[in-house]
Design a protein around this ligand. Structure first.
Ligand code: KG4
Ligand code: ZN
Length: 339
């Protein structure tokens, strides 16, 4: 199928055209960072107003770039949750209008499922089922068994902060801008990851959960102690990053050992982290495991992954364009809209 994807769950106004869930003909994303930077975080009201101002033009621009008419698309895929209600509503209303006007089927995609299918985009090969997915973003950190496109099981998740949130909060402690993840990653490149032994969270028993708030707090205490004033920020960044990456890789290894997975896939904004990518690659290589990592543009929020998920989940997520509503608290398990 040739699908038009729309993603507006947070602060990226994103549109894409994807063939057969893998060939990306156009992928347009308008980042709103400059509108939110002054506030040190995303302001929901600003995000929804920006989506409203940008989305229609973004759809037109994407169709032009792919040299495709709306009529040539076989369907429209849109994120309907979870996310910011105002932001979601703009995407859902726009997708419904286009689907209704062009008389094309509408596919309602769970944003988190979108991330799971990002590794299928523009790759020679697709991950074989069942695969183990590590989804690490600003709002979520979870290990998922992807048994089939519509058979998804959460094996472990964070008990407090998401990995991206930990990066953003720690970056703020280090005086880096927003969003902090990429800036911290860059700073850590010049640091010594063994300089400071920050704690690595271990869940009790055989749980596969994560926790990052204790780590963030110990970075804060470390920075507040006068005797640490001279410690290089690069070393703090690298040591913090190593603690996050160690925990993520350890939990992937533990989950993998327990299932009969055929591959591992990484996705979400934090998948862009250079140290996480190299550590996971080294682990996969040592153990002869196939690892799928989306290219950078498909790690962070984008609309191509929404089209990829709609292609994979097909009829299960097809909805009536007149009755779809946004669901800011959409549970991970929900596939297709209830309406
Ligand atoms: O998936 P995403 O674009 O949005 C959510 O759905 O949350 O993820 C954004 C998160 C932010 O917390 C950002 O700081 C983090 O991904 N991130 C990174 C890197 N690039 C983005 N974290 C660490 N290293 C990076 N290179
Ligand atoms: Zn996301």
């Amino acid at each position: 199928m040739l699908l038009l994807g729309i993603e507006t769950s947070c602060d990226d106004t994103a549109v894409a055209i994807v063939r057969d869930g893998r060939d990306v003909l156009a992928n347009v994303s308008t980042n709103q960072d400059e509108f939110h930077r002054a506030y040190g975080g995303i302001v929901p009201e600003i995000a929804s107003r920006a989506h409203l101002a940008l989305l229609s033009a973004a759809v037109e621009h994407t169709l032009n770039r792919a040299q495709i008419a709306l009529d040539a698309c076989d369907g429209i895929a849109v994120t309907y949750g979870p996310g910011l209600i105002g932001s979601l509503l703009v995407g859902v209303a726009t997708a419904k209008a286009f689907a209704y006007a062009a008389r094309r089927p509408l596919y309602a995609v769970n944003h988190l499922h979108g991330h799971l299918f990002a590794p299928f985009l523009s790759h020679g090969e697709s991950p074989p089922y069942p695969f183990l997915a590590l989804l690490v973003s600003g709002g979520h950190t979870q290990l998922v068994a992807v048994d089939a496109p519509t058979q998804l099981r959460i094996l472990g998740k964070t008990r407090d902060d998401a990995a991206g949130e930990a990066f953003d909060k720690t970056a703020r402690l280090l005086g880096l801008g927003f969003p902090g993840g990429p800036a911290l990653d860059a700073l850590a490149r010049d640091g010594d990851a063994r300089a400071i032994a920050f704690p690595r969270y271990r869940p009790e028993g055989d749980a596969l959960d994560f926790s990052f708030s204790g780590l963030k707090t110990s970075v804060r205490y470390f920075l507040e102690r006068p005797e640490n004033a001279a410690v290089r920020r690069e070393d703090v960044a690298a040591s913090f990053q190593a603690a996050v990456v160690d925990v993520l890789v350890a939990r992937v290894a533990a989950a993998y050992a327990r299932g009969s997975f055929r591959a591992v896939a990484l996705s979400g904004g934090v998948a862009a982290n250079s140290s996480l990518q190299s550590s996971l690659r080294a682990w996969a290589q040592r153990n002869g495991i196939e690892l799928f990592v989306p290219s950078l543009a498909y790690c962070t929020d984008n609309a191509a992954m929404i089209a990829a998920a709609a292609e994979a989940q097909g009829e299960a997520v097809r909805v009536d364009p007149l009755h779809l509503s946004a669901d800011p608290n959409l549970p991970f398990e929900r596939i297709g809209s209830a309406a």
